[in-house]
Write a protein that binds this ligand. Structure first.
Ligand code: GFB
Length: 322
């Protein structure tokens, strides 16, 4: 991928897309194609067709998606299914029609079965039922993986699907009903400290385990994959057991209760934790086996507590007080 290659970052305003843009710009890529959702609605097939015909990108990072935490996923399943299917189907199809050299499709480890053996390998896909709270999102993302595989097999494209674990970092969503756990906890502890509240409510039992990764590490891994030499890149596409699919994990697994204590410490809140067991726990554990990626020479750099501090700094600079 030379510095003048035309690179389309789909979803560049989101947390993942904006991290990708920062990473690419820092690495010297000058020819990025970026469209906001009002300029280009990726769910609109005709719009995506004419965009690709006009722009002819060489490479695509597909980070555009409808995403959210456990409650958003379980209460807005229709949107999560429809938006993700439409976005990825249109982009992957047009990437094939317009001879894109490589495409990286980003998903999430929630594609794997609820009770998958841990750590979860790429080969565990579709081996048993999904976690119900996010099955619509997971099925959409699984369709995207199968689309990449099918186009590679039938048309000889070179599309790869990368599945990160629970991401966080600058640009995250801090809306308490729609967000993931880490930004939600940062906001809750910050506001409790600010208003002197005696306790902070953590959803669920606090026992689920999650693996977290700073979004800058994901951006780094994504560029690493896109730049892999042909021999290694092809080997990922042609694995006989789980082609075109690779986990991107940090190995930084922590219980929700301990995460809450870590966030509490970073924020400097001295009150109590309360667990609301009427709220869902979701899947009990989802630790990715990232040995395929590690064997290629990539490893995360940002340790969890440092990353939480970075996210908190971003929140303090960007929050809207109302
Ligand atoms: O991050 P999260 O919403 O999503 O929740 P998932 C993770 C865990 O944190 C659950 C608990 O056990 C929640 O009950 N939790 C505790 C909280 N307090 C809070 C809170 O204030 N807000 C939130 N949101 N959670 C998502 C999937 O699953 O993971 C998506 O729904 C996606 O599809 C994403 O795959 C990465 O980790 O359960």
């Amino acid at each position: 991928m030379d510095c003048n290659a035309k690179i389309f970052v789909a979803g560049h305003r989101g947390m993942v897309g904006s991290a990708l843009v920062r990473k690419l710009e820092l690495a010297g890529y000058r020819n990025l194609v970026l469209k906001t959702s009002s300029e280009l609605d990726l769910r609109n097939q005709a719009a995506v067709t004419s965009f690709f015909e006009q722009e002819k990108p060489d490479y695509v990072f597909l980070a555009a998606a409808r995403v959210g935490g456990i409650i958003a996923n379980s209460t807005r399943k229709a949107e999560f299914l429809y938006d993700n299917l439409m976005i990825q189907t249109n982009v992957i199809h047009e990437a094939w029609r317009n001879n894109v050299k490589r495409l990286l499709f980003l998903g999430s480890t929630c594609i794997y079965p609820k009770f998958a053996p841990q750590p979860i390998r790429e080969t565990d896909l579709l081996t048993s039922p999904l976690e119900p709270s996010n099955d619509a999102y997971a099925i959409a993302k699984i369709a995207g993986i199968v689309q990449c595989r099918s186009y590679n097999q039938q048309y000889g494209t070179r599309f790869l699907a990368a599945m990160p674990n629970n991401l966080y970092g600058p640009g995250d969503n801090y809306d308490l009903t729609g967000s993931h756990v880490l930004p939600a906890l940062l906001r809750k502890f910050h506001e409790a400290k600010q208003f002197g509240s005696p306790n902070v409510t953590v959803w669920g039992t606090g026992t689920p385990l999650r693996e977290f990764m700073h979004v800058d590490d994901l951006a780094d891994a994504s560029l690493f994959l896109m730049l892999l030499e042909d021999e290694y890149y092809e080997s990922l596409l042609t694995y006989s057991d789980a082609p075109a699919l690779i986990n991107v994990g940090s190995g930084q697994e922590i219980s929700i209760a301990n995460l809450a204590r870590m966030v509490q410490h970073v924020v400097g809140y001295e009150g109590e934790l309360a667990f609301d067991t009427d709220k869902p726990d979701g899947t009990p554990r989802k630790l990715a086996d990232s040995s395929r990626l590690h064997a290629l020479g990539w490893k995360h750099r940002i340790e969890l507590e440092d990353g939480v501090r970075d996210a908190y700094r971003w929140y303090l600079h960007n929050k809207v007080d109302c």
